[in-house]
Design a protein around this ligand. Structure first.
Ligand code: PMP
Ligand code: GLN
Length: 397
């Protein structure tokens, strides 16, 4: 297969409908397959290599053995909806009616897709931060919308509010936010969010905000949900997931919360995508959301240590490292290793070093802004991170 071409493009897309044409294969699947094929250490796709809390697993097993094996109610089992509402109140002071303002989804991915399908009409424009998470591009395209990226630029990846204002047109329907931001690790500040809120109110826009890394922030950086800002609760759909918070990415339990008139649109789409999400995992996630806050703090403290281990190691190899304030990804510029192109670097990397990472340019319309950027996941065991750094050291040291 030629470099840069995905397997879907290689087989041809003649039979594909417009709404999926050009989407190719997600880079995460491509790079995990490359790691599997080559035996490389996989610092590409973002998933932890250790399980979440054992009591949460025990609750799922218990649910499997106690009759939670038929369809859950469409919006989610009541105990989980109540736990999600309680989580939003406890952490952020947001009041939600679990009956009408919470919907459980098959991961945050389905919540994002259902929000876009439920709220965007063909021809509507969606303002989105770039680099963007790849499912946003697919979701906007499948809804018939048009994306209007606002670029977060190296070295600090802050939101330029003038660029945001310039991206809004009379066709703009919604702003799709992500904070803490994958892949840059930026956590939007209250000042940046205030500015987004001002634009949203001024132009009467809906905000859909993907906050799956809400509990993964470092160095005392605070995550502020935009729904908590004045005038925003009534125009915001907030999305999160048990995958990142509790290290159960394979469970695919996510949720969307917000005012009934917006969450209703998410549910309208969700009910015909999957009808309802996996029943036995939902009581277990309800239990997880009720665990003491210390559990979440411990996860973040441990990840911060691993962030420092990986970032320190990458930096000592001569890479330019942008240390993230949130998420479990670190961005680097590989130009300092003599690669002008991050995709070329990532395709060389398994053979040259036995490691896999993610080329970031695929998350940009403005390919130049991300050309030499490469993302590394640090949600891996210490021995895995050490092995990757040793291999990189032998290749580039
Ligand atoms: N949004 C972002 C920003 C992500 O990084 C991910 C990856 N977990 C998702 C959504 C998807 O979450 P889930 O696995 O719950 O569908
Ligand atoms: N969110 C994870 C990442 O950014 C992976 C999820 C996926 O593979 N779709 O790497």
């Amino acid at each position: 297969m030629p470099a840069g071409q995905t397997s879907a493009q290689a087989v041809g897309e003649g039979a594909y409908a417009q709404r999926v044409r050009g989407l190719g294969t997600t880079i995460f699947a491509e790079m995990s397959e490359l790691a599997r094929r080559t035996g490389a250490v996989n610092l590409g796709q973002g998933f932890p290599d250790t399980d979440g809390p054992p009591e949460v697993i025990a609750a799922a097993v218990q649910a499997l053995h106690s009759g939670h094996n038929q369809y859950a109610p469409g919006p989610g089992v009541p105990a989980l909806r109540a736990a999600i509402a309680d989580h939003q109140r406890r952490h952020y002071g947001l009041e939600l009616d679990p009956q009408r303002e919470v919907v459980v989804t098959t991961g945050a991915t389905e919540a994002v897709a259902a929000a876009l399908l439920g709220l965007v009409d063909p021809g509507d424009e969606v303002v989105v931060l770039e680099p963007y998470y790849d499912s946003y591009v697919a979701g906007i395209q499948m809804a018939g919308g048009l994306r209007r990226p606002v670029t977060l630029r190296a070295p600090d990846f802050r939101l330029d509010i003038d660029e945001l204002r310039a991206a809004v047109t009379p066709r703009t329907r919604l702003v799709l936010l992500n904070s803490p931001h994958n892949p840059t690790g930026t956590v939007l500040t209250r000042t940046e969010l205030d500015a987004v809120a001002e634009v949203a109110v001024e132009h009467d826009l809906v905000v859909v905000t993907d906050e799956v890394y809400e509990h993964l922030t470092y160095d005392d950086v605070e995550h502020v949900p935009i729904a908590t800002l004045p005038g925003m609760a009534e125009r915001t759909v907030t999305i999160s997931s048990a995958g990142k918070t509790f290290s159960f990415t394979g469970w695919k339990v996510g949720w969307a919360t917000g005012p009934a008139h917006l969450v209703g649109a998410v549910l309208a789409a969700k009910q015909y995508l999957t009808f309802t999400s996996g029943a036995p995992l939902q009581p277990a996630v309800a239990l997880a959301l009720g665990l003491p806050d210390r559990v979440l703090v411990d996860v973040a403290v441990d990840l911060q240590r691993r962030r420092d281990l990986l970032c320190g190691g990458l930096s000592s190899l001569g890479l330019t490292v942008f240390v993230p304030a949130g998420t479990y990804f670190a961005t680097t510029d590989v130009a300092s290793l003599g690669y002008a192109d991050g995709t070329a670097f990532c395709l060389d990397l398994p053979g040259r070093a036995g490691v896999v990472a993610i080329p970031q340019q695929v998350f940009y319309d403005d390919a130049d802004a991300g050309r030499s950027l490469v993302r590394w996941a640090f949600c891996k065991r210490d021995d895995v991170l050490h092995e990757a750094l040793d291999r990189l050291g032998r290749a580039f040291g």
